[in-house]
Design a binder for this molecule. Sequence first.
Ligand code: PGA
Length: 233
Amino acid sequence: MNILSNHPLIVANWKSHKTREAAVAWFDAYEAWMASHSNLQAQVVVAPPFPALMFAANRLLKPELRQTFLAVQDLSPFPAGAYTGAVSAQNLSGFDVRFAIVGHSERRRYFHETHQEVANKVDQALQAGITPIVCLDDEYLSAQAAAINPDQLKSCIVAYEPLEAIGSGLNQPVAEVAPIVARIKEVFGNVPVIYGGSVEADNVAEYLGVCQGVLVGGASLDVKEFTGLLEKV
Ligand code: PGA
């Protein structure tokens, strides 16, 4: 397990946003903010698009950013080989990628990913020493878990992401999230569970009462908004 401390995991998922310049500007401001917030009680994970990965990996070598870790937003379900366009776990070696988001609902919806493909990504990640963050909604929680090698379930982090809450501003009430977190832990074992879906500065603290972290999309893009969210952790 790659969880480095008991501090909550705050995952910034940039999705397909940001130019090179915008990524540089985000890190400039983030690093300056972190330099004056060394007592932050959180582990921050940044998941940039692949073209920003090398740059982000270099930035994270800075001592101010030692509480910040790198994730990828996706990973090939195949090993290294003749799979044009895919990014394999082997391609990531040397970048100190700690986490891989797999099975995000946008991957399932727009790229038609199946539970089995997501399970194969979990396997590829774990073989490379990368902790998979498996995204799921409660409707297919059991089906997704059934596709994953039972020995690997307990090595995952699970991101509970109710579909209607993603990008909508309609975050799910914490009272509804809590029982699903419990069900995820019954199925996967006592794994860290994080919540995703319209998390922002005003609601992050509530979720950290019932989960081990949050997956933040829209509110991670603007660095001021994101550091404002971190201040509420
Ligand atoms: P959102 O995205 O914070 O913009 O709702 C969350 C996610 O898709 O992980």
